[in-house]
Design a protein around this ligand. Structure first.
Ligand code: ADP
Length: 291
């Protein structure tokens, strides 16, 4: 099975002609809430990919915000290990989405900040542990170390961007980053391929937005173009990519096939509004892959 340990939020989304600059007010249009959070989005994507069972460790507040967040995960078939936090609100994200499909996001992580090393459930039967950086870094590092010890594959989506301690990277089997995150980890200006080769992990995948993705597996490089779509909201494209990639790897797919499935699913995720609500059904991904 796939175990995701990570964040869950409720996203507050306003669409506007453009994203406001500092000190500026723009009049937006429709307002909606969507279940989000990188961890929860990736868990939904892994579950919808029809992989092995997907479980998630998450923290929620004891509040009404938690209700749609929990319901969305359960509807996707994710088994939940919830750590209920009475001293924190459920995490929220304020998202401004422009007509050009750009977004600007502020996260109030709330309950997600209360997850600790000891919260990780028993790893029996877990093939892959999927982590992100929206939960405390010391907990993430401890979870990776425990999984490594238990012989469980560790996949890390190092988002949001930050420098990573060597103690964490050492326990990562599959690192998934976008270009900005790669630059933060590498710490050197310059070439993508050089940075990809310097990463001290066996498998590294770099997503390149509409340009697709590139991976290094040992010394071998794999390229996967994006599937062309008319993007309306790229929120959770990266999360869909991570969840589907890991689900495919957990099912025994080779990396190039997993990248192709992840590229197809994340392209479809760009064509619908929201985070978990934009993660495509497995059948639609199959249709795109066969087409
Ligand atoms: P993030 O949102 O985390 O920065 P990217 O923008 O690199 O991640 O997108 C992740 C993946 O989503 C890409 O590798 C690609 O497969 C897919 N994707 C993103 N934007 C588009 C797009 N405009 N058209 C098609 N696929 C896209």
């Amino acid at each position: 099975s796939v175990l995701v340990a990570g964040s869950a939020n409720l996203d507050y989304v306003v669409r506007a002609e453009r994203i406001p600059g500092p000190g500026e007010t723009v009049l937006g249009r429709d307002f909606r809430t969507f279940p989000g959070g990188k961890g929860a989005n990736q868990a939904v994507a892994a579950a919808r990919a029809g992989a092995a069972p997907t479980r998630m460790l998450l923290a929620l507040g004891d509040d009404a915000l938690a209700v749609p967040v929990e319901a969305s995960l359960r509807a996707a078939g994710v088994e939940l290990d919830i750590r209920r936090q009475h001293a924190h609100a459920t995490g929220v994200a304020f998202i401004c989405l422009s007509d050009g499909a750009e977004n600007a996001i502020t996260v109030a992580p709330g309950a997600n900040t209360a997850l600790v090393a000891d919260d990780l459930p028993d790893l029996a039967g877990v093939d892959t542990l999927l982590l992100q950086l929206e939960t405390p870094l010391d907990a993430v590092a401890a979870w990776a170390a425990r999984a490594r010890e238990a012989g469980v594959r560790v996949a890390l989506n190092a988002a949001p961007a930050r420098a990573l301690p060597e103690a964490l990277l050492r326990n990562v089997d599959v690192l998934i980053v976008n270009e900005g995150e790669l630059a933060m980890i590498d710490g050197q200006a310059g070439d993508l391929i050089g940075a990809l080769q310097r990463l001290p992990v066996p498998v590294a995948v770099v997503t390149l937005g509409a340009a697709g993705c590139i991976a290094r597996e040992g010394t071998q490089l794999h390229l996967q173009p994006a599937f062309p779509v008319a993007a309306v909201d790229t929120t959770a494209a990266g999360d869909t990519f991570c969840g589907v990639l890991v689900a495919a790897l957990a099912q025994g797919e080779a990396l190039p096939a997993a990248m192709r499935a992840a590229a197809a699913a994340s392209a479809l995720a760009c064509t619908a509004l929201g985070a978990q609500s934009s993660v495509p059904a497995h059948a639609d991904v199959e249709t795109l892959l066969l087409g």
